[in-house]
Design a protein. Structure first.
Length: 438
């Protein structure tokens, strides 16, 4: 059963609506989920849908996948809007679904923007999902770990959808020009370079790309023969130059985040704040910036100032709680703190060096002395034999070997003299000297 309000095809609808894929062969992007042999494709093609949540940014195919499932499934399909549906509506539909289940009919309930449902509304679904009265499919742009009740989340498979690549969007735009559902019945002159420009402007959002294309074509110049020609001038008028200066998925995105990172590393708070402002004012997700700052706190500061990581994580949570524009000051605090903090990349080097050995010695066995021995057989095989419990010693140290034989004596962490790390360096030297003497 399909919900007409979601899927009926009317020529009066916007281009993005008309061009919505009807099957997986028309679906663009998300090949890690919908490519040949991938799990989500199998679920859909074999009509073996289980409760799931689609998580990803706007315009990447969450609702489209729901519409494809609605066309493919033999189950009753019901669409819910988190904006307009309350607990009363939920319970009414759940009662109908329970009755249908007793008659052998499955019901799939699609909830768009499920993060907008409050806890009580989400709880109303839980008992019906638990006993199989419904199969729940939720779509959200927010992290479900924060926005979906843990009990409900544990019963759903989460599929992460990614922003579409420029080439994916360009292919989608070409299809819209040639497909009768789009502009296929008209003669539209638009170059590949212009289509790629629209695709880049869309920042991974298919809906945005198609809406922009529609505006560009409608503002094109119509010749005497009815042909529509898109000029560079009209294209520039339809696309914000400000947005083009900062494409979230393009080169400038990586250039500016690199500039922020290197400015903090070079202890230049003025430059760091400038690059921060460039990103935020161009519409960058503050949580993305906060994640990068958090990485910086350990990669470039580390134990020289362990408090830096606390500041970064606190800024991330502040961004999550209040969003833009208010959280800009929290990110500024974090960025300035990182710029002024003592610098050490010792932790980064330690891991990268250990990673090379870990990859090379991937099958190196764990020394018997530090293996757990929960069963008699494992004890008989000498698991844990000779283990020394550090807490039983006066110094809280032992000379027990913890590295594999092939890596014995290998050192990865080399602390610097910067900030608090100088203290940890002294402590580490004392530990090594004690072990050498014992």
């Amino acid at each position: 059963m399909e919900q007409k309000s979601l899927f009926e095809d009317e020529t009066s609808q916007p281009l993005a609506w008309r061009m919505r894929p009807k099957n997986l062969d028309e679906f663009v992007g998300q090949t890690h989920l919908t490519g040949e042999g991938k799990i989500l494709r199998k679920f859909i093609e074999e009509d073996k849908i289980s409760s799931m949540i689609f998580w990803g940014p706007p315009g990447v195919g969450k609702t489209t996948l729901a519409s494809i499932i609605a066309r493919k499934t033999n189950s009753a399909f019901i669409n819910f809007s988190a904006v307009t549906s309350g607990i009363k509506e939920i319970k009414t539909v759940m009662t109908q679904a329970e009755q249908a289940r007793k008659m052998g009919q499955k019901t799939i309930v699609f909830v768009d923007e499920i993060h907008r449902f409050n806890k009580a509304q989400q709880d109303a679904f839980l008992p019906f999902v638990e006993k199989g009265s419904i199969i729940l499919i939720g779509a959200t742009t927010e992290n479900p770990s924060f926005e979906v009740n843990s009990a409900l989340l544990s019963r759903c498979k989460v599929f992460v959808l990614q922003g579409l690549k420029t080439e994916d969007l360009t292919m989608l735009l070409r299809r819209a020009i040639s497909d009768p559902r789009g502009f296929g019945n008209e003669k539209v002159n638009i170059t590949d370079a212009q289509l790629e420009l629209v695709a880049k402007f869309a920042n991974g959002d298919a809906r945005n790309a198609l809406s922009t294309l529609e505006m560009v074509v409608l503002n094109g110049e119509t010749g005497d023969n009815g042909e529509i020609t898109v000029s560079d001038e009209s294209l520039e008028q339809c696309i914000s130059k400000k947005s083009l200066l900062y494409d979230k998925n393009g080169e400038e995105h990586y250039n500016i985040i690199s500039a922020l990172h290197k400015s903090m590393r070079n202890s230049d708070p003025d430059a760091a704040v400038y690059w921060l402002a460039r990103m935020l004012e161009a519409g960058e997700d503050p949580l993305y910036v906060a994640r990068r700052v958090t990485r910086f706190a350990s990669e470039d500061i580390g134990l020289a100032d362990p408090h830096a990581l606390e500041i970064a994580v606190a800024a991330y949570h502040a961004c999550h709680f209040i969003g833009m524009p208010e959280c800009s000051v929290h990110l500024t605090e974090a960025v300035v703190y990182m710029s002024l903090a003592p610098k050490s990349n010792a932790l980064y080097i330690a891991y990268e060096t250990a990673k090379k050995d870990a990859i090379k010695e991937l099958a190196e066995p764990v020394p018997l002395v530090i293996r757990n021995a929960p069963t008699k057989l494992m004890k008989d095989l000498n698991y844990g034999k000779g283990y020394q419990y550090a807490h039983d010693t006066k110094e809280k140290l032992t000379n027990m070997q913890c590295l594999p034989d092939s890596l014995l004596g290998r050192e990865y962490y080399h602390p610097t003299e910067q900030g608090l790390e100088a203290k940890y360096k002294t402590k580490l030297e004392q530990i090594k000297n004690w072990k050498k003497n014992h």
